[in-house]
Design a protein around this ligand. Structure first.
Ligand code: BES
Ligand code: MN
Ligand code: ZN
Length: 483
């Protein structure tokens, strides 16, 4: 769904009283000056609400909703609890609260003195997301008018927050698209369309990847009618060695010959979630013209069972030159990433490298759905990444790496095998990836299997894909990679 329309205008109390949608005002222990004016129009409804037990029980960012208030044309008067100097988290939460109640008649937000306004608008735009292929869908919510004394200053202050939310929506849309729509070809086209934003986009086809020796990646896609692709996006916002972002883009994961059970297999349309986050991050960076050099590389493949599909027991040679025994064709993400990681280092000599992947079901067993697992060979990079996740409220938790896990992927047949058994499944997957990371490259691997498509709604997304990581990576670039 397109971003909710947000406009900025001076406060017009006559228009406010006539507004048919929702009217949003703020209070903490007392009403804001504007809320007091609305209170008089409603003959003290807000003052009474402020004395209620229901109000006193609210946390910052939560709201009381008064339906069809006296004295206003509004369908609802929304009283949001927010301290005068709210934290960014509180402001974002307030925005999400406002978004949840929105209908097609929209809202006027009486925002004078509300700080930080950009965070509130970001929370609102993130939460106001919908996606459906129903022929008779509900009407989209909106528009929202932010009424403030200096509308142009408010507009400028919120522009980046809105473009970031748009990038998160772009990621969610990609994850939502079913695999018959978002084939490898279609995915590549959507990334090529980002040239309009000033991104350089290059698409490597199978012939090019054969020449590069990427047989780990190519083996995964060889059972599909959709050709495998490697898409390289570059944002040249600064000189010097880039940050490389690498994403797993399995447009559908049947498991291949090691086929998955039928129950829940439809979820594997989200197995390109890592690639979607990389694409969304590149979009956010381009939209705000980040002064950083960042490359995004995504391996787009489909894992299908077929007469030409790869078999368990096959041995493939990676671009790096290492041989891999394919024990289980369902452990395909690491095979794709192995070649994309190597290519990223070989071509771009990155200052740091971060990969994102819906890599293992074991990650969900370990951390559930509100924290992604982070594996890293570099404490500085890892700490900065975890801090960025904390400021953007995208849950993350560091997981271990180590030689004792690495022995689990040894085999007599080849340099390594692609599974390490049930124990520590997410860690052995990360160990596999680390074999394709040069020791001097600071690297982090983020397993987003649990957070990309959680089973219910989250603070900033309705049920469906979250776009987890776009905002954290954008924040990380700002903190650590911008000049
Ligand atoms: N794409 C899956 C992992 C996954 C599972 C992501 C559930 C999101 C939700 C991955 O390709 C996979 O199938 N991994 C296997 C690895 C195993 C065969 C070693 C798994 O987790 O079972
Ligand atoms: Mn799989
Ligand atoms: Zn997969």
């Amino acid at each position: 769904m397109a971003l909710i329309p947000v406009d900025f205008a001076p406060l017009d109390t006559v228009a406010l009283a006539a507004h048919a949608g929702r009217v949003v005002v703020f209070a903490d222990d007392t009403l804001t000056v504007e809320a007091q004016r609305v209170d008089r129009k409603t003959r003290g409804a807000l003052s009474r609400a402020l004395k209620s037990a229901a109000w006193l029980a609210l946390k910052p960012g939560e709201a009381l909703t008064l339906a069809f208030p006296f004295g206003l044309a509004a369908s609802a008067l929304v009283l949001v609890r927010l301290p005068r100097r709210a934290t960014p988290d509180q402001a974002r939460k307030a925005g999400a609260t406002i978004a949840k109640g929105l209908t097609e008649t929209g809202a006027v937000i009486v925002a004078r003195g509300i700080k930080p306004l950009a965070d509130l608008v970001e929370g609102l735009a993130l939460r106001a997301y919908g996606w459906t292929m129903k022929t008779e869908a509900d009407k989209a919510p909106g528009p929202v008018t932010v009424a403030s004394p200096d509308p142009e200053a408010a507009r400028a202050a919120c522009a980046e927050a809105l473009s970031r939310a748009e990038a998160v929506h772009f990621t969610r849309d990609l994850v939502n698209e079913p695999a018959n729509v978002l084939t490898t070809i279609d995915f590549a086209h959507r990334l090529e369309a980002m040239r309009d934003l000033g991104l350089e986009v290059e698409v490597l086809d199978e012939d090019a990847m054969v020449k590069l020796g990427m047989h780990a990646l190519l083996g995964v896609g060889q059972g599909s009618e959709s050709p495998s692709k490697l898409v390289v996006m570059r944002w040249p916002g600064a000189e010097g060695a880039p940050l490389a972002l690498v994403g797993k883009g399995v447009v559908f994961d049947t498991g291949g010959i090691s086929i998955k059970p039928a129950a829940g297999m439809e979820e594997m349309t989200m197995d390109m979630g890592g690639a979607a986050v990389v694409a969304g991050t590149m979009r956010a960076l381009a939209a705000r013209k980040a002064r950083a050099h960042v490359v995004g590389l995504v391996g787009l493949v489909e894992n299908m069972p077929d007469g030409r599909a790869q078999r368990p027991g096959d041995v493939v040679k990676s671009m790096k030159g290492d041989t891999i025994e394919v024990i289980n064709t369902d452990a395909e993400g690491r095979l794709v990433l192995a070649d994309v990681l190597w290519y990223a280092q070989d071509r771009f000599k990155p200052a740091a490298m971060i990969d994102l992947a819906t890599l293992t079901g074991a990650m969900i067993i370990a951390l559930g759905h509100d924290r992604a697992g982070v594996f890293s060979n570099d404490d500085g990079l890892c700490d900065a990444l975890l801090k960025a996740c904390e400021t953007t409220e995208e849950g993350a938790w560091r997981m271990p790496l180590g030689a004792s896990y690495d022995v689990l992927i040894k085999t007599r047949m080849a340099d390594m095998k692609n599974t390490g058994g049930r124990a520590a499944g997410s860690i052995t997957a990360a160990q596999f990836l680390q074999r394709f990371v040069k020791p001097d490259v600071p690297w982090a691997h983020i397993d987003i299997a649990g957070v990309a498509l959680p089973p219910g709604e989250t603070a900033f997304a309705p049920k469906g894909p979250t776009g987890w990581g776009v905002r954290a990576l954008d924040a990380l670039v700002r903190d650590r990679f911008e000049i």
